[in-house]
Design a protein around this ligand. Structure first.
Ligand code: AMP
Length: 365
């Protein structure tokens, strides 16, 4: 079979895990990113340049059967010229919809997917009005470029309006009703070029300060599973989607409220590397390269824990039976995602015990 070449804009840990999943399939990845020391560049070749550099992007496209991305904030306009040269998958429309929280919520609402009450905010007066109409508590967020809790402020009472405004006030914000969720849940799925879809079992995710700390999967909840799949199917169809898509939800009073989507492989799907027949990384490559999609069946009960800010003692973690360790090859910095581990067990009870043991060995900073 012909070797396939995939260009990846962004060489972070997601790109790195995509490239690693590509080797057994005969898929060779080439990255574009700013640094030759990026996590992806340690496992596959890289073109060094800005992610919006037209010349570098054209070079990437010229070497690729298909171009994808590991970061959703690449301006759609930068990718547009590449559409004449190669395939861009997932489609640019999905990338653009996910870049703006207000546009994203409008898409969800159009597709009858529940979202939190919200208002676009461009001035302090609008924030004051929104806190009256939507109520307090609420979350003020930047519409664009926010990730892992950055660019967010939780307003618990009126006095927080000034504080929030001083912290992140300006143009291009959104105010959302605070969701008193029982848990956070995400779904990851893939759609092939032929329109076939597969869905991974749900993951239940624990965040702290807006950043994912750990998750367990599969979350056995037939009602949530059915709703999440139906919602994802609607988004995929509306966008003529190809590749892996993730949607994060708040579970509130037995209902799923969509928070945001990511048109790429997702942190809450990392468990699929060891925990499923086919990982999200492999299925993304299969989808964008026009191969048949693989089974998303879970092989047992998993927990995935992020290493944030500081790497743990590897050997102590590896002593836990059924644990797989992933080091992204990054420099440590507070709050930075440096790696993760996945525990795979036959039964949920054993998984919970191993998770508790692993958590004792991990310190987030
Ligand atoms: P986001 O960047 O929108 O994914 O937000 C990061 C995290 O902040 C979420 O996973 C939640 O834990 C928390 N969060 C964000 N928006 C809300 C909300 N409207 N209500 C309650 N918690 C929220």
């Amino acid at each position: 079979m012909k070797e396939l070449h995939v260009g990846i804009v962004g060489a972070g840990q997601l790109g790195r895990m995509l490239a690693l999943a590509g080797y057994p399939l005969g898929v060779r990845c080439l990255f574009l990113d700013r640094s030759a020391a990026a996590p992806g560049a340690q496992v596959a070749p890289i073109l060094v340049g800005d992610l919006t550099d037209a010349g570098r992007l054209a070079e990437l496209a010229a070497h690729s059967d298909v171009v994808t991305f590991d970061w959703e904030n690449i301006p759609g306009e930068a990718l547009r010229p590449l559409e004449k040269m190669t395939r861009i998958r997932p489609p640019r429309a999905a990338l653009e919809a996910s870049q703006d929280r207000v546009a994203e919520k409008a898409l969800f609402a159009k597709l009858k997917i529940p979202v939190a009450a919200h208002a676009a905010i461009d001035s302090k007066e609008q924030l004051i009005t929104a806190t009256r109409k939507i109520g307090l508590p609420g979350v003020l967020k930047t519409r664009r470029l926010g990730y892992d809790g950055k660019g967010q402020f939780v307003l618990r009472n009126k006095a927080h309006i000034d504080e929030a405004w001083a912290a992140i006030g300006g143009m291009g914000l959104v105010y959302e009703e605070f969701q008193a969720f029982s848990r956070e849940v995400s779904i990851v799925g893939a759609r092939s070029a032929a329109g076939r879809t597969v869905f991974y079992p749900l993951s239940a995710n624990t965040h702290h300060g807006g950043i994912l700390r750990y998750g367990i999967a599969p979350l056995a909840n037939t009602r949530f599973e059915r709703a999440a799949r139906m919602y994802m199917q609607r988004v995929m169809q509306a966008l003529d989607y190809i590749g892996i898509l993730a949607i994060e939800f708040f579970a509130v009073k037995g209902r799923l409220i969509a928070n945001e989507m990511a048109p790429r492989v997702h942190n809450s799907g990392h468990w699929s590397i060891e925990g499923c027949v086919t990982s999200q990384f492999e299925n993304h490559l299969r989808a964008i390269c026009g191969m048949p999609l693989g089974s998303t069946r879970a092989l047992g009960h998993t927990a995935m824990i992020n290493f944030l800010g500081k790497m743990p003692d590897r050997d102590r973690l590896l002593a836990i039976d059924g644990l797989a360790y992933h080091d992204y090859g990054k420099q440590a910095r507070p709050g930075r995602k440096l790696g993760h581990c996945t525990i795979l067990k036959k039964h949920a009870k054993e998984r919970n015990m191993a998770l508790a043991n692993a958590l004792k060995l991990i310190e987030w900073s």
